[in-house]
Structure formats: C-alpha cells, structure tokens
Design a protein around this ligand. Structure first.
Ligand SMILES: Cc1ncc(COP(=O)(O)O)c(C=O)c1O
Length: 465
C-alpha cells in the first residue's frame, strides 16, 4: 500500500532516521494531513517506500504507539488513533455538557474550588473520562452475580485481562496465575507486608519516597530503613544487606522523577539475589511516558525476586479502588492465604466494571487521550519553569528544585494567590536532603497549569533565577 505523504529522510543529518520518520508522521497527524482512522503502511511497506531498514520503520511506529498517536487493531494493521485531543480543550462537548449539569455535582466537588489552582500531586484528570464507556462498564457491573463469593486472587476473567494488559503495556512475561486483583498499590503493599514482615524485620523505602509505604511497613511492625535515591533512582551501593523487603519506584521515582537505568536494575537484582530480599516494584504511573517508550517492568528481569504492584489510581482515579499484585506463584499463594485470614477483598462489581473497560479497549483509548493531554500540560510547566524542572518526561508530576530557604515562603505566598503546592520535605523519613516543589499536573487544566506556573515563576527570588 502507498502513503500519500511526502516523507523524506536525510542521511546526513545527526538526527536518527527513526526519529526523523516519527517526527514527520507526528506532524502530519497533528496538522490533520493524516486523519483519525487512516491506515498506515506496514513496517515493511514503509521501509521499502523510504529505502530504510525495517528496524527504522518499527522504531518510528513504536514511538508513535507509545505516545498514543497510533492504534494497532489486532492483526489488521496500523491506524491513526481516533481519540486524539484538539489542542486547547480536553473535553468532548457532550462530556462538558454533562459535567456542567447539576446531577454531576459530586464530580465537580472533587475539583479545586473556583479560582484555586491545585498543583499538588496525586490526582488524575477525571473530567477526561468517556462517560459513555464509563456508564456501559457500570451497567455491566450491575448485573446480578448470584452466589458470587470473594476469591482472594480476584475474578478469573479480570486476572486474564490484566495479564494480557501487562504483557502488552509493560512487556512482563506474566500469566493470569501470577496476578492478584487488589484495591490498589496501598492494599497490595499492605498484603505483602502482612505476609512477609513483622517485628524484628527491616523494610527499605526510597528516601525521599512514598509516605504511605513507610506507614504501611511500620504498621505491620517492621523497622523502616530509608534508602537514598539520586536523580536516576535508588542507589544500590547504599542498600544494607539485611532488608527483607525493598519498596522502589523504578519506572518513575516518586518524587524525584528519575527512571532506573538498565545496568542499575541488574545491580539491584543481583543485590536482591545475594541478600534474599524481595524487591517491590511500584509501577504507579508507568502508563504515562511522553518521549520514548517505557522501559519494560523490572519484574520481567527476575520474576522470582520482584513483586510488581500496579494501580488504576493514576489512569482512572484513586476512588475506583482497583490494582494488581504480580508475584511468583508460591508467594502469591501465601499472600492469598493471609488475605483470606484478614477478610480482605476487592469488590466484585468494581472488578466486573474494570473487566468491561479492558475488554472493550476503553481503558487503552482513555490512556492514549490522556497521554496527549498530560504531555501538553507537562510541556507548559517546562516552558515556564524549565531550568528548575527535574525528572523524566513521564508521569503526572515533576520536581522543581529550589533552595530549602526559598520553599516555605514561596508555598505560602502562592497559597495566598490561590495556587496550592506540595514540597519534597514531607516525602522524607529523615532530615530532608532534596529540596523543592512536587508539582502535579493531573488534576489542573492546561490553562490552570500555565496560570499556576506563572505565579511560581514570579515568586522565585531574582537571585535564584
Ligand atoms: C508513589 C505512589 N504509588 C502509588 C500510588 C497509588 O496508590 P493506590 O493505588 O493505593 O491509590 C500513589 C498515589 O498517589 C503514589 O504516589
């Protein structure tokens, strides 16, 4: 098949050929020369057309898939995704109208009060849902499931669908037998802690790192050991040898924002094998990368040593209450037994609704739309605060580095002007070693992100500029 676009490659350019090809296709989709639903040539066809190797064509397509521009319909080719968002709005008209109606009051209360810009991390953009798909999922969840009794592993159909999703989206070699359906990362981590930890055990948490992980481990009786991170993630050489469990965020360190490089992943797993520790991989926002395709999950490098925790809290919302725990079969059985003793479970209707979203491709479509929107919001932050921004082009937050002395005054004055901010300080166990803001762009519109960043920029003292 041919493609009606003047694509050219410049072999003299220092820009890699795949980047050139992806860039021209992206521009064609952005400007509407390639339209939603249009079919693209196969990688073989594109390679022949441009006189490049098939790897170049594959790399270019993979990049555009990762960014959400392309849609692969199983076995039938590559298409321009039909759910891209226009540049200045994220709401389909129908959704905007529905949300404006009084019946949607509960949803609206979730947002910051009018005039307030909330740039604290932790919440995704719930106004971006496709409400038709959402209602369809909940209708299916409402059907009576007679004699249903909670299965500690979760609903078998959903376990299959999640395993399939993980194989595709996170390149993890996993079958349904390794997947447990949880209520989210916190629930999964608590089940691991209840199974593996107790008084006399030591559990590592990244420093700075997710507060809830420290609290969960401590509440199960373990001694919490802060494990320092740098801009790439956890520092393996600094890990003690007597940890039973290490909690880590290799895809996108929270809150600093680095991605653990492959050599360090290998060192981390060598440490775990040597010491016998279990590495808990919190994959909380791995669906969102805006520059290159995400690295496969750490779990795939050593499924015997790693427990992978995933959640819908960032892709749909924390209120949905659904996540997954992936572990070696023996450990999974021990967790399931402990879960039964604790009378802990995931709601059946929630599982059925999420299964419908996965089955119909609605979750994938939603993720593609939101990837484009979040990438734009992140770009707005980089445009306003570029020199201060740290962290990978990923996730729903960035870190903004500032001297410790500047932070409290800036946060207070921003608050007085209606801009709510979070800082790195509370994400430490010990004395803060990383200073600045943790800016979330999940729950503020693009216009609000711009407005909030302009206020922050004004409040940074001139000597720090
Ligand atoms: C680092 C990290 N992991 C996981 C989560 C989500 O946890 P849960 O799935 O329990 O909502 C969050 C939410 O803010 C987070 O910041």
């Amino acid at each position: 098949m041919t493609i009606d676009l003047p694509l050219v490659v410049d072999r003299e350019s220092p820009v890699p050929l795949a980047v050139q090809v992806a860039g021209q296709l992206r521009e064609a989709m952005r400007t509407g020369r390639l339209r939603a639903g249009e079919r693209l040539p196969s990688t073989r066809g594109l390679a022949a057309l441009l006189g490049v190797s098939r790897t170049v064509a594959t790399d270019a397509y993979q990049q555009l898939y990762a960014e959400g521009w392309l849609d692969g319909r199983h076995g039938s080719g590559t298409y321009v995704a039909d759910e891209t968002l226009p540049d200045e709005t994220v709401l389909p008209d129908e959704t905007a109208q529905e949300l404006a109606a009084p019946a949607r009051g509960a949803v609206r209360r979730e947002q910051a009060p009018p005039g307030v810009v909330d740039l604290r991390p932790g919440r995704p953009w719930v106004l971006g849902y496709d409400t038709v798909a959402w209602r369809r999922a909940w209708r299916s969840a409402g059907e009576l499931a007679l004699n249903a009794f909670p299965d500690p592993y979760g609903h078998p159909d959903l376990r299959e669908l999640l395993a399939e999703h993980l194989r595709r989206a996170r390149a993890v070699p996993v079958g349904a037998g390794n997947v447990m359906v949880t209520r989210g990362t916190g629930n999964g981590l608590d089940l691991i802690a209840a199974t593996l930890l107790g008084p006399g055990t030591r559990a590592g948490v990244e420093e700075p790192g997710w507060r809830a992980a420290r609290r969960i481990f401590a509440s199960r009786g373990a001694e919490v050991v802060p494990c320092p991170v740098d801009e790439q993630g956890v520092i393996v050489e600094a890990l003690p040898d007597d940890l039973r469990v290490l909690y880590t965020t290799p895809a996108h360190q929270f809150p600093v924002g680095g991605r653990l490089p492959i050599p360090r992943r290998e060192k981390l797993l060598a440490w775990a094998r040597r010491t016998g520790a279990i590495v808990v991989e919190d994959d909380y926002d791995a669906e969102f990368r805006y520059d290159v395709a995400p690295l496969p999950a750490l779990y795939g490098l050593d499924p015997g040593r790693v427990v992978l925790l995933g959640t819908l809290s960032k892709s749909l919302g924390p209120d949905v209450g659904l996540g997954w725990l992936v572990a070696p079969a023996e450990l999974l059985d021990a967790v399931a037994e402990r879960r039964t003793h604790l009378a802990d479970r995931t709601s059946g209707p929630v599982q059925r609704a999420v299964a419908t979203l996965l089955e119909r491709g609605d979750l994938d479509r939603h993720l593609r739309r939101m990837r484009l929107e979040y990438a734009r919001r992140r770009a707005a932050i980089v445009e306003a605060l570029g020199p201060y921004v740290r962290g990978d082009t990923a996730g729903l937050h960035v870190m903004v580095t500032l001297p410790a002395g500047v932070v409290p005054g800036l946060v207070r004055r921003a608050g007085e002007r209606g801009v709510l901010l979070d800082t790195t300080e509370p994400h430490h166990h010990g004395p803060p070693r990383v200073h600045g803001l943790v800016l979330g762009y999940g729950s503020a519109s693009r216009a609000d992100v711009r407005r909030g960043c302009a206020v922050i920029r004004e409040l940074i003292p001139p000597e720090e500029a």
